[in-house]
Every structure is written in C-alpha cells, then in structure tokens.
Design a protein around this ligand. Structure first.
Ligand SMILES: Cc1ncc(COP(=O)(O)O)c(C=O)c1O
Ligand SMILES: N[C@@H](CCOP(=O)(O)O)C(=O)O
Length: 408
C-alpha cells in the first residue's frame, strides 16, 4: 500500500485523491509506500531491465499503458574517459526509449494512473520532450492530450512528435514557466489530469533509471550519477528510488547526485554553490539546450535536498561546453544525444578538470534525449554537406583524392 505525503508539513492523502501539491501548505507531494510490507530482494529482480520489472515499487495495480520503455543501454565512455583521466565513466542513453527521452518512464506510470483514477483527458506544459512522450502514451491509452509549448523555443523533432501522435498543441507567447503555471490552472479548474513532474505518480516511473543503473552493475552502486537539470524531477526521482532500495536493503548506499544546468538557466546550481536554502527564480532563462530552459523548477525543494543529502553537487556549463560535449559524444563515442543531454557529459568534463570528480570514481552520466529531437541545432553546428556534380571525378576532388587511374 501507499499514500501521498507532503514533504513540508507531512499531511497525508489517500492514493486515489487527484492532487498535485499539499492543500494545507502548498508543499510538494511524495508517494510513500508501506515499506514494511514490501518484500523485495536482488533475487526477485533477476532478468532484463525495464520499467515494469520494478512494479513492486510502482504505485499502480492495473495493466500498464506500455510501449516497453526502459531497458536503455549503458555505454562505457572510453574516449572521453581517457581524455579526462577517468576509467569508469559511463553514459545511460535514455534517448533509446520509445519516444526518444526518459520522460517515457514517467508517462507509462502517469498515464496508467490517469486511467486508474478515471480521468478523461491529460495535459502538460513542455519544453518538448514531456509533450512528445505524453502524446505517445495518450495515443496508446486512447485518451485526449493537450500540450502547452513556449512558442518558438521547442526543438522541431519534439513538436513533430506531439502533432503526429494527435495531441492538441497550444503554442503560448511566453516561456516554459508561464506555460506550467497556466496548465496547472487549466487542469485543476477543468478536471484534466496534469502530467508534468509536479505529479508525484509520474516521478515514480522515472526513479527506475536509478534502479536500472545499480541493477546493470550487479547491485554495485556507482560513486556518482550526473544528470542535466531543468524542472528537476529526474534528479529527485532517481534519488528517491535509490533511497528506497537502500531502505529495503537491496543496496548499501546512494550515489552522489550531481546536477548540471546551463549557465543562463541555473537556479539550482546557483543555490547549491552559494549554500542558499532555496532557489532564486531566473526570470529570463536562456540556453541553446531548450529542454532545460527553465527558470523556476517546480521540484527545486526536492532537488536541493537530493543533492545535499547524497553528498552530491551541482555545476553550470556554458552553451559552448554543451555543444562541444554533444559533438564529442557523437564523434568519439558514437552516441547521439540532444544538447540538454550533453550537459551531463559537459559537467563530467568540467568537474573532473576542477578535481571535484576523482580519477578512480565510478560515474554514470544520464544522457536524457536522442540526437534527432533537435536536428536544427545539429545542422547549425556541423559542416554543410559538400554538393558536387554526379561524377566520380568531382567526388574524388571534393574528398581531396588524386584522380584514379581509370579517369586518365
Ligand atoms: C532532454 C532533457 N534533458 C533533461 C531535462 C531535465 O529534466 P528535469 O526537468 O527532470 O530536471 C529535460 C526536461 O526537463 C529534457 O527534456
Ligand atoms: N524538459 C521538460 C520540461 C518539463 O518538465 P517536466 O518533467 O515537469 O514535465 C519537457 O520536456 O517538457
């Protein structure tokens, strides 16, 4: 069994209540299980990785709305690790989920919960990936989807997904933070189920990233997990999940949760660096990594706690560092990710050079979304294709080759 609990005042709510924040104090909610009732061991968790493998720690009982999410690959970062002097550097490629981002882990649980609660439509605000994922899972479930996007600031692939999967797409003349404020009002006033990461049930699905990481390494806990931070749901979810596994005796510690933000959009990193108790909202967030262009992260309180309680840290990276890391991943490791995702690897490089990450640490970067989500940024940052006449000679010339014998 489980219930919802306010992280601020401790107020408890039944599992079937449609509620996103505490009605007494406005605090964020967590799903809290009756841990004494959960019998789960490493032995029970044999078999291939997937979100639903961990259903004993997920808050739904009906048949899930699923497209076989999770089970994403973990790659050894051989070249990048070598370059920064780190043998045990890995990337977990969440872009390999059905809609191309980690959001699918949250949506398989969140949309299933929407059906379980009898909700008739679902909605979200989004910098792109949440909307793509909700559109996909809404289509799978046969439930209408509404998405609010910040006009002109959503990568092409993500808008295409939301449109093609049949969501009602509203582009607002404002940023993501405005869109989230509006969609929250819209949902509460119109009985629509809100599926941003303020929804504690959605975050339960995302904690499986952490489960899969420790499961993959034979329950050996990495020293550190690094991930890009935007609305701050993911870092929160992974910390919660691994804390639960520790509580159940499946693992013996929780990795240092390390959040990376873009310099122009970094309220959490700034609070961690300054030791502030809470964030100062960034009124005009800006970064090339549009997925994390967020100035007022809704899960800030939970994220600050996750970072501090795990002994982790947070850092900022410039847009140039993000794009350089994206290119390094693509050209030196063969791993294609969108800019926001590369922020975790840019952070790894920066923190290693600063000496914050030690050379014998075992580090996993979560790379959160696929390269093809944002083709426009890719095209802008790569050399153009070389256009030539359709002859072998022209091709050889373009390649800087000497003309072959046959052409004499
Ligand atoms: C690709 C990508 N990476 C990272 C993030 C940040 O995740 P979170 O909002 O959970 O901090 C997002 C969305 O927010 C995203 O779409
Ligand atoms: N990057 C996100 C922003 C919204 O975050 P959420 O986790 O609260 O849904 C997106 O893809 O929209």
């Amino acid at each position: 069994m489980y219930h919802l609990e306010c992280i601020k005042c401790g107020a408890k709510y039944g599992p079937d209540k449609v509620i996103y924040t505490c009605s007494k104090c406005g605090g964020l909610l967590d799903v809290v299980y009756d841990y004494s009732e959960i019998r789960l061991s490493r032995e029970d968790l044999k078999g291939p990785l997937s979100v639903w493998k961990y259903k004993a720690l997920l808050p739904v009982s009906r048949e899930p709305v699923t497209l076989k999410e999770g089970g994403t690959p973990i790659y050894h970062l051989r070249s990048i690790g070598k370059e920064v002097g780190l043998r045990e550097a890995y990337a977990k490629h969440e872009g390999m989920n059905p809609s191309g981002s980690f959001k699918d882990r949250g949506m398989t649980v969140g949309v299933t919960k929407a059906l379980e609660l009898g909700m008739k439509s679902v909605a979200c605000a989004s910098t792109g990936n949440t909307s793509a994922s909700l559109a996909v899972y809404g289509a799978r479930a046969g439930i209408p989807v509404i998405v609010l996007l910040p006009s002109g600031k959503v990568a092409l692939g993500k808008v295409a997904q939301a449109l093609m999967h049949g969501a009602k797409v509203i582009s607002i003349k404002g940023n993501f933070d405005d869109a989230l404020r509006l969609v929250r009002e819209l949902c509460v006033e119109n009985g629509i189920y809100l599926l941003n990461s303020i929804n504690p049930y959605r975050l339960e699905g995302q904690k499986t990233i952490g489960f899969e990481i420790v499961d993959y390494f034979g329950w050996e806990v990495p020293d550190r997990i690094i991930l890009p931070v935007g609305n701050a749901g993911n870092i929160t979810a992974i910390f919660k999940g691994l804390s639960e596994m520790k509580r159940l005796g499946i693992i013996d510690r929780v990795p240092k949760m390390t959040g990376i933000q873009a310099e122009g959009s970094a309220p959490i990193a700034k609070a961690i660096k300054s030791g502030a108790a809470s964030i100062a909202v960034e009124e005009h967030p800006e970064t090339v990594a549009t997925a994390i262009r967020i100035g007022d992260p809704v899960n800030a309180v939970k994220a600050l706690n996750a970072i501090r309680a795990s002994g982790g840290t947070a850092e900022t990276v410039t847009d140039e560092e993000i794009l350089a890391a994206q290119k390094m991943l693509a050209t030196k490791e063969g791993i294609g990710v969108e800019p926001a995702s590369a922020a975790s690897v840019a952070g790894l490089i920066k923190l290693r050079r600063m000496g914050v990450i030690e050379k014998d640490e075992h580090v996993v970067c979560v790379v959160t979304g696929h390269l093809l989500k944002d083709p426009e940024t890719v095209i802008k940052n790569c050399d153009k294709p070389i256009e030539v006449e359709a002859t072998k000679e022209a091709i050889e010339k373009a390649l800087g080759m000497k003309p072959s014998i046959a052409s004499y």
